[in-house]
Design a protein around this ligand. Sequence first.
Ligand SMILES: NCCC[C@H](NC(=O)CCC(=O)O)C(=O)O
Ligand SMILES: NC(=O)OP(=O)(O)O
Length: 317
Amino acid sequence: MKRFFSVNDVPNLDNLIKQARQLKQQPLAQQHLGKGKTIGLVFLNSSLRTRISTVKAAQNLGLESIVLNVTQDSWNWEFNDGTIMNGNTVEHIKDAARVLSTYCDIIGIRCFAGLQDKAEDTSEKVYMLFETYATVPVISLESATLHPLQSLADCISIAEHSAKNSFPKVVLSWAPHIKALPQAVANSFAQWMHKMPCELVVTHPEGYELDPKFTGNAAIEYNQQKALENADFVYVKNWSSFNNYGKILPVEEDWMLTNNKLRISNNAKIMHCLPVRRNLEVSDEVLDSANSLIYEQANNRTYAAQVVLQNILTHAT
Ligand SMILES: NCCC[C@H](NC(=O)CCC(=O)O)C(=O)O
Ligand SMILES: NC(=O)OP(=O)(O)O
């Protein structure tokens, strides 16, 4: 693996999940791999899990990590080419990417969708610019349209809770929110589920259709109750409208996931990438129930990051 931007960079997902589960048993077995090497973690947006789990994964592999929070303790970046930089931006992304590549052997970058300019977000302008100018392997810590480390952790969690040779029903269920959030987590989850042995159903109010590029042939169901019927896993997430780009549309019914709604499921396991707005997206009773996988997912972020870094260290440098 020379880069990690989407599921398309993974030659064999089943193998990657198996490797990650082995690492989980022996996290310090490959300490020699990263010795003397450095990973840079660049954040243009907030993070708890991605930041700490990737540092932890690097540590397990003997890699040093350096974290740069661009919006807090770095120069303000310019993303447009040819701009006369006489305003608030101080450093061009191409200079930052080249300079960071001299200090780091691998670089991770988080660059959320701005949700203002659909063409800019769907083309992954910021991520692609950074990758173009970096001279070392780049991994996504969540980009405008995808969140592959989250999705890999989710695949590990689903694999851990699925019987051998089973074909679970997995439901991606839209949730209410007060802010317009990116579609990245939902897009990515759908994209990775297509490579897993499962049936994927996506449920959301009308108007919240995701980019079909990612949902592919998944069934779209506007009736949440119908979607939840016999579900084995329910993945809850809010996203803003893709067609009416970045907008919050009025929704009449209550889409918050509750125990009552889940009665119709197959004793479903509940998933969320976190952070979660409790009692807005999902009720406390669901999040704190025995069926909730939220902390296992968060824990698996370490092994998702570790297996990706291990593959990059082994094959690309
Ligand atoms: N990395 C996981 C989710 C990150 C982001 N959530 C958020 O921005 C939540 C913000 C809030 O709840 O105010 C998202 O949906 O893509
Ligand atoms: N799930 C996730 O990516 O969390 P953070 O935004 O806290 O990194």
